[in-house]
Ligand binder design. Structure first.
Ligand code: ES4
Ligand code: ZN
Length: 326
């Protein structure tokens, strides 16, 4: 067995994955044709030349452009099935998956119910076909009008039991968690868990706001916690999980190289970290590739195994389901 196979078969949960970020260029081209959505790139190679990012925003521009090709429930089902197949091959037993319904509903005019129907059908078929369980996190897009967040929660309320949590994503700097206090309070009143992207490009104080104002139970990315010793001590003490995404941080130039990634320091300090893939179609690999990148940077196998165990522990699955994953 190769080292990579060992990483791929290590049982793990994926806690930070945007389903729209699994849209591979080939499927985007196929959907553009199927749905008559014009794309500014004439060939796959022309499209493939766009995957060099300076920062979060330059990635988001391409991510939202390709997302426009997703138009029907069947598209979302196919996207989910393609992801779950890859997840299973990487040892992912369970995935808690973000989606961005404000963009689908208000930018691309795809009804919330169609998006949810498609994703849920994908999860249902995928669980039977690949043995991976999945749950959906409705992620609010922080750089859209806050009124659209209220409207999407209006739509989501009738089917609230089909969603496991509320999230917060997209352009971070200038869009502090404090803007979304009411929306998160409402989502928590639905019985949903709460998570938020914070401290990816934004400051440590956004992590504090996510905890204090949004009552986030996990922090997505969170690597800028290292700029604030007092906050770091609190996360260690309270065992707040961080969903780290090494290949994402590399490709968005949040870190200069994988060898400079702060994960080893975070683990040594005692933070509860997990390894995740964020937008794998854009960042060069799915779950096992993220574990492999850290292994290549010298992270020992027992540390990787501990982080995989953390991912199961930090998931929103119930205790019986966690036992199944271990
Ligand atoms: C995202 Cl890498 C990243 N950061 C923030 N928001 C996002 N949405 C999709 N990918
Ligand atoms: Zn993310």
């Amino acid at each position: 067995k190769t080292a990579r196979d060992a990483l791929a078969t290590m049982p793990k949960a994926e806690l930070h994955l945007h389903i729209e970020g699994t849209l591979e260029p080939e499927l985007a081209f196929e959907l553009a044709r199927r749905n008559d959505v014009p794309l500014p790139w004439g060939t796959l190679d022309e499209l493939r030349a766009q995957y060099r990012f300076e920062n979060l925003q330059s990635f988001l521009d391409l991510y939202y452009a390709l997302m426009r090709t997703l138009r029907t429930a069947d598209d979302f089902r196919d996207l989910m099935l393609a992801y779950l197949r890859r997840a299973a091959a990487d040892g992912v037993m369970h995935a808690e998956i973000f989606f961005d319904p404000q963009v689908h509903a208000f930018t691309d005019h795809v009804a919330y119910d169609d998006v949810l129907d498609g994703l849920r059908e994908g999860l249902r078929i995928g669980e039977k076909r690949y043995g991976v369980t999945g749950a959906l996190i409705l992620s609010l897009v922080r750089d859209m009008d806050v009124a659209t967040a209220d409207r999407i929660l209006d739509m989501a309320q009738a089917r609230k039991d089909e969603i496991v949590g509320i999230g917060l994503d997209s352009a971070e700097v200038g869009y502090p968690p404090s803007m979304f206090v009411d929306q998160f309070a409402r989502a928590r009143s639905f019985g949903w868990h709460a998570v938020a992207h914070a401290g990816e490009e934004g400051p440590a104080d956004y992590i504090r706001q996510a905890l204090d104002l949004l009552h986030a139970e996990r922090i997505d990315h969170g690597i800028h916690v290292l700029d604030d010793d007092e906050l770091e001590a609190r996360l260690i003490r309270d065992r707040i999980p961080l969903t780290c995404c090494p290949l994402s941080n590399l490709r968005l130039q949040v870190v200069g190289s994988i060898d400079d990634h702060p994960l080893p320091r975070m683990v040594r300090d005692g933070l509860v970290c997990t390894i995740n893939s964020d937008d794998p179609a854009y960042f060069g690999g799915y779950a096992a590739a993220n574990y492999a990148a850290l292994a290549g940077a010298g992270m020992p196998p027992d540390t990787l195994a501990a982080l995989a165990a953390n991912s199961i522990e930090a998931s929103f699955a119930d205790d019986a389901d966690k036992e199944r994953m271990r």
